[in-house]
Design a protein around this ligand. Structure first.
Ligand code: PRX
Length: 657
């Protein structure tokens, strides 16, 4: 680790520490969970443990069986009926907490809105009626492609209210990515905005989608939120496109929540796997809501009356679904919902928000923390962060240096850190400290949540007591994905085959230490994690080869100090095409158009040929070794070992971008 004077001597000294951080007596004294016996209790009867959380929700009809498990097919709270939006909204309003703030919304342009539980319920009910009026029925898919505006959670909850299945696409994805996700989920209605704001300027959303929308035969209606007050040019197709505010004005205010089966689908969320085709991860109602309610309360130690919680993720990722919307609202918490970037209009934006709103809990990603480290500790030092009492991390491994900086500089040395490991597929946090119980080690997500069973195994599936291997989950949990949308075979094959039919194959490498602590190291499949965003190498490759000048492409994730991993692409051009800097820029743009800016390769390296096995498989591992300047292992299985030398020379000669 290179020194960085900005960090100051205290962090430098700690950087090499093996120190274990015990929860303080003060924190323990007020914690939701401070007795370690909760682990044994949950382990002795996991179903009873989860059931105790399900009892905290309102059910229109009680379940008769906690779990029906025919691996890999799980049903939780079988026979039970509930409405998810009722549990997130009406329940609190009926209990007299309608005036409590659900979201302090802060727009990119400094605009603010205070949204109470009663207010969010009113918007949700009206919008549920709008959806009904547009012909949406229980089980139909509704797409959502929005900036971080209050309409986003309202739209999700309105779907839940009427039993429609939402399919949210992160606003940073391209029109082509939206098209694909809408087509494969047969969405009939899409909710979007006229534009999103980027550094104060409107960036059109709806207009950018129009060509893609025209190719979607199932798409009957597009509802457009006017985010910019008419500043964006927004063509509306008669009969298909409608304005959110006009529809809302015309809609009936009341839409009673109907109960749905516990296993009724709640949402699909697409995520990248090992192929070019993203997977629609399917979650259902009762188990998911139970899982996120439990983990939100226990991991973030939430005191709904006094805490101001801020999850800085986007609603378009699973973190936003589970811990900005469902987990937070089910617990009746008050959250900050921030639309903008951390450096607009200035680099102290996050700390200013924490100071102004008295944020007590901050949940963000290591990549953001590393960016803050780069900007320097004097920026947060200019604000009063003393309201903070707990810090969370999610999305990628957090390096000990970032962990320690987060604790010292942001948490003032007194806030526990919860490094939470989980995935789109798990729906809920799975490996994490409980802040009033668990002693933490910088860089380790520590132990499975009570009731969760995890193990590191060898490639033969044997459990490793201490050492490295593949991370597995070995017992069903309520928030688990139920299937891949319309592709149960792929679900079974991807997750439930490699280590046996009852063992969930996570796809991550991990180490377990002498104390049974888990250290998640990164992906073992062809998935790249750029700034906590999952992308598949094949998705990027297929975007590159769809450019007419490209004959072949191989994409790898390369270690990157800032973003965790960065995308490096090796590209072979058609013989008639010349290598040029213009073409490099064009290829990057092409990938941005196909997938989104987040997938733009950081480096593109021209290679006349790619290293392949005799059967024609591209050897990505070898490319990774070359790119990171490591010793090359055995290359005798290569069809043409000379290729490796050629590429290495290219890199050394700086013939790259
Ligand atoms: O590799 C792990 C990494 O992110 C993957 C899941 O990505 P996604 O489905 O997009 O969900 C991200 C937010 C939950 C995992 O397979 N990952 C997530 N959290 C951690 C992590 N790696 C290490 N430590 C974490 N805390």
């Amino acid at each position: 680790m290179e020194g960085n004077l900005q960090d100051g001597p205290d962090v430098e000294a700690l950087m090499h520490t093996e120190e274990v951080f015990e929860p303080s007596d003060d924190f323990k004294a007020q914690a939701n969970f401070s007795d370690p016996s909760v682990y044994e209790r949950a382990e002795a009867d996991p179903q009873a443990w989860w059931e105790s959380w399900a009892h905290k929700l309102d059910w229109a009809k009680p379940w008769n069986t906690v779990l029906d498990w025919d691996a890999p097919w799980a049903k939780w709270f079988v026979g039970g009926e509930l409405n998810v939006s009722h549990n997130c909204l009406d329940r609190h309003v009926l209990a007299g907490r309608g005036e409590k703030v659900a979201y302090h919304w802060i727009g990119e342009d400094g605009d603010t809105r205070t949204i109470t539980y009663a207010g969010l319920l009113a918007t949700t009910e009206r919008f549920a009626n709008v959806l009904k009026g547009l012909g949406v029925k229980p089980g139909d898919t509704v797409g959502i492609y929005l900036p971080m505006v209050p309409e986003a959670p309202a739209a999700m909850l309105a779907c839940a209210r009427i039993g429609a299945v939402h399919n949210v696409v992160f606003g940073g994805f391209s029109a082509e990515a939206v098209r694909e996700r809408m087509a494969t989920s047969h969405a009939q209605v899409l909710i979007t905005a006229d534009a999103t704001l980027r550094r104060g300027e409107p960036l059109p959303m709806k207009a950018s989608l129009d060509d893609a929308l025209d190719t979607l035969p199932d798409m009957r209606h597009v509802v457009v939120v006017d985010r910019t007050g008419g500043k964006a040019d927004t063509p509306m197709t008669e009969g298909r496109d409608v304005w959110w505010h006009e529809q809302m004005e015309a809609a009936e205010p009341s839409c009673p929540a109907e109960p749905f089966d516990s296993e009724h689908p709640l949402f699909v969320l697409y995520t990248s796997g090992s192929t070019a085709k993203p997977k629609g991860i399917q979650h259902t109602s009762g188990g998911y809501l139970t899982g996120v309610t439990a983990t939100y309360s226990a991991v973030f130690d939430i005191k709904p009356e006094t805490d101001v919680y801020w999850c800085a993720a986007d609603i378009g990722w699973v973190t936003g679904h589970s811990y900005i919307v469902y987990g937070a609202l089910a617990n009746g918490a008050t959250s900050v919902l921030y639309e903008g970037a951390p450096d607009y209009p200035h680099k102290g934006r996050f700390w200013e928000i924490i100071q102004n709103y008295g944020v007590t809990i901050l949940y963000t990603a290591p990549t953001a923390i590393r960016t803050f480290i780069k900007w320097g500790r004097e920026i947060p030092a200019g604000y009063d962060l003393s309201s903070l009492r707990l810090l969370g991390s999610v999305g990628e491994p957090i390096n000990p240096r970032a962990w320690l900086w987060y604790r010292e500089v942001i948490g003032g040395g007194h806030c526990p850190i919860v490094d939470t490991w989980w995935q789109t597929e798990t729906g809920q946090i799975m490996i994490t400290p409980l802040p009033g119980i668990t002693a933490t080690k910088p860089g380790s997500a520590t132990r499975p949540f009570p009731g969760v069973s995890a193990a590191v195994v060898t490639h033969n599936g044997e459990i490793v007591e201490e050492g490295g291997g593949f991370l597995t989950l070995r017992r069903p949990w309520p928030g688990m994905a139920r299937t891949i949308y319309m592709d149960p075979d792929r679900f079974q094959e991807t997750y439930w085959t490699r280590f046996g039919p009852e063992v969930y194959d996570v796809g991550d490498a991990a180490r377990i230490d002498e104390d049974g602590y888990f250290w998640v190291l990164g992906r073992t499949d062809d998935v790249i994690n750029v700034s906590g965003h999952r992308l598949s190498t094949m998705e990027v490759e297929s975007a590159l080869v769809s450019h007419k000048g490209v004959a072949e492409a191989a994409v790898i994730g390369q270690s990157d100090e800032q973003t965790g991993q960065a995308i490096t692409a090796f590209v072979t051009l058609e013989s008639s095409v010349e290598q040029s800097d213009e073409l490099l820029a064009e290829l990057r743009e092409h990938v941005a158009e196909k997938i989104g800016k987040l997938a733009r390769p950081k480096r593109i390296i021209w290679s006349d040929e790619l290293p392949k096995t005799r059967s024609g498989k591209i050897m990505r591992r070898l490319l990774r070794d070359i790119a990171e300047g490591r010793e090359l292992g055995d290359v005798t299985t290569l069809r043409d070992p000379a290729v490796v030398g050629m590429i290495a020379e290219r890199i050394q000669a700086g013939d790259e971008d």
